[in-house]
Write a new protein. Structure first.
Length: 111
């Protein structure tokens, strides 16, 4: 190198790279994640307790036949039937409202 040639400037020090360990330590504790995990564990524990507490056999009588099942299966069946019924009823209500709005709009156009 000669004296007339410019010397290369030293590479700039990236201040953000120096703060990475601090940011990582701040983001390492995730309270939202831990609260979701705790909630999941509580729900799983509650589900297990529900099954154990309702393991007795019950007799279900239909018209021509009767069966004995665990009470928990009866509870889950009622839960599923209620959920499906609620969804179907809400869809029927929604369809009826849309149909009514369509008919009102059509009546206004015909005036």
């Amino acid at each position: 190198m000669s004296e007339n040639e410019p010397t290369p400037a030293p590479a700039p020090v990236d201040k953000a790279a120096e703060k990475v360990p601090e940011i990582e330590t701040e983001e390492a504790w995730q309270p939202q994640l831990w609260s979701k995990l705790i909630l999941l564990l509580v729900l799983v524990g509650y589900g297990i307790a529900l099954v154990i507490a309702n393991s007795d056999k019950v007799k279900i009588s239909f018209l021509f036949v009767s069966v004995k099942v665990s009470l928990i299966w009866m509870i889950l069946l009622c839960l599923v039937l209620g959920l499906v019924s609620g969804v179907l009823i809400s869809q029927m209500h929604r369809h009826r409202k849309l149909e009514q709005a369509r008919l009102e709009l059509q009546a206004e156009r015909n005036k």
